[in-house]
Design a protein around this ligand. Structure first.
Ligand SMILES: C[S@@+](CC[C@H](N)C(=O)[O-])C[C@H]1O[C@@H](n2cnc3c(N)ncnc32)[C@H](O)[C@@H]1O
Ligand code: SF4
Ligand code: SF4
Ligand code: SF4
Length: 411
């Protein structure tokens, strides 16, 4: 007789304990080191070779797993697991951020790109941006975002949108502070199926304008939100919390609800660019710490063994042409589009591909954790929170110790 895990379940070992990933329910079950050892042996050997039939404790444990549908007894050896497919197809470029300008009419206290009204030197030329859009499409990208700085300060932003339309991008988004949106732009967005993302920091001018350091910006952004919602332009509203607007979390969510835009919990300021200024760190509002329960599905489980949960298939291009894996990873330059084609920059084994392949198996501590294929990751945040600035540091704020199997005191 044989005892095997359900083919829809996967056993993952940590340094001490283990976990059963159940793709049917999506749950990840933590198991003790002895259960891990037992189940590992049972996947290779006959039941009688591993468990003494008189050992009621172990047989009861296996019965319990069976009653949950996690495993079963077989008379003949079940065929070897064929679903253990870690050969996910090679990821291609899918989503591109284009930071078309580093200038901005706001001067937000927290801006990760440290934007000011000054244009930057050595910027990518208009022809290069047009070419990048075509190259990205040829490489398989289907989604593009124009961002900045304030992208609507880039004089020929509409031509870039038209180029993306011409190249048949499925999703075109402009991430704008909204202050420059005029009625004629609404028509342009509608005609070209452009989605908009914008940001509010409060439900009132006093606090919003304190964050943006631009008097009158709240009213302009709110007017833009109203025009966009009336015209039914797809719109999402982001919000970032820092000390100056910590009182506004509920108000912001209520404002989103009132204007009919999906309500999301605001994010916490990240310590990048001007956001690294410690005087803007919120006193109480914190990112929820990593903690169980973890959830999974087969596709993300397979992907997590080969790719970073967030970077895979994505790239951001800065005003200077630097290619970085995401807009917050400012230092992680993987090439420059003024020197190389996008195809060269995303080629196999390139620095960008190495970023895409930064799985949790590469990270300090996480590599020994049994939850590593279900736990998400933000590399730029982990790096900025690491005392040594380590790119491969464990996720910030995780209190799990895979060597003792214990969740230690959260900060
Ligand atoms: C850099 S802005 C560019 C688009 C546009 N200018 C705007 O502000 O909406 C994109 C988003 O990044 C957010 N952001 C900027 N600095 C940040 C930081 N240090 N931490 C978290 N989010 C930040 C902004 O609040 C905004 O929602
Ligand atoms: S966060 Fe956006 S609006 Fe604020 S300064 Fe940066 S680019 Fe400008
Ligand atoms: S952050 Fe790393 S150590 Fe913590 S639970 Fe996730 S994978 Fe495990
Ligand atoms: S890696 Fe972090 S900062 Fe970058 S896109 Fe993902 S969650 Fe955002």
């Amino acid at each position: 007789m044989y005892y095997r895990l359900n083919p829809q379940c996967k056993l993952v070992s940590g340094a001490l304990r283990g976990a059963i990933y159940d793709f049917r329910s999506g749950r990840v079950y933590s198991i003790s080191s002895s259960a891990l050892k037992l189940l590992s042996q049972l996947q290779e050997h006959q039941l009688a070779d591993v468990v003494d039939a008189e050992d009621r404790l172990t047989m009861d444990y296996l019965d319990k797993l069976s009653s949950q549908g996690l495993g079963a007894i077989f008379i003949t050896p079940p065929s070897k697991d064929s679903t253990n497919n870690t050969n996910t197809n090679e990821k291609q470029l899918d989503f591109l951020w284009l930071e078309i300008t580093s200038s901005c009419n706001n001067r937000c206290l927290h801006c990760y790109a440290s934007c000011t009204s000054q244009p930057s030197d050595n910027s990518v030329s208009h022809e290069q941006w047009l070419s990048v859009i075509t190259q990205a499409k040829q490489l398989g990208a289907s989604a593009i975002q124009l961002i900045g700085g304030e992208p609507m300060l880039y004089p020929r932003w509409q031509e870039l949108v038209l180029k993306a339309v011409h190249e048949q991008f499925e999703f075109i988004e402009i991430f704008t502070n909204g202050t420059l949106i005029k009625p004629e732009h609404i028509k342009f967005f509608a005609e070209n199926h452009v989605s908009i993302a914008t940001t509010i920091y409060a439900d009132n001018a006093e606090i919003h304008d304190l964050v943006t350091q631009n008097p009158g910006s709240f009213q302009k952004t709110l007017d833009a939100i109203n025009m966009l919602t009336i015209a039914r332009i797809p719109l999402r509203i982001a919000s970032i919390i820092m000390k100056q607007n910590e009182s506004q979390i509920q108000n912001i969510m209520e404002l989103c609800y009132r204007v009919g835009v999906e309500v999301n919990m605001p994010d916490v300021v990240r310590p990048t660019g001007r956001g690294a200024n410690t005087s803007i760190v919120p006193e109480h509002y914190k990112k929820a710490p990593i903690s169980p329960p973890f959830f999974t599905d087969e596709e993300s489980f397979n992907l997590a063994q080969q790719y970073h949960s967030c970077f895979a298939g994505r790239a951001a291009i800065t005003t200077q042409g630097d290619v970085i894996p995401c807009i917050f990873a400012r230092e992680k330059v993987c090439g420059n589009i003024k020197q190389h084609s996008l195809a060269e920059i995303v080629a196999a084994n390139s620095p960008l591909q190495q970023c895409w392949h930064t799985t949790k198996d590469c990270l300090t501590k996480c590599k020994d954790c049994e939850f590593r294929y279900a736990c998400t990751d933000c590399r730029p945040l982990a790096q900025s929170m690491s005392e040594t600035g380590d790119w491969l540091a464990c996720t910030a704020g995780c209190s799990y110790n895979p060597y003792t199997g214990k969740w230690e005191e959260s900060e």
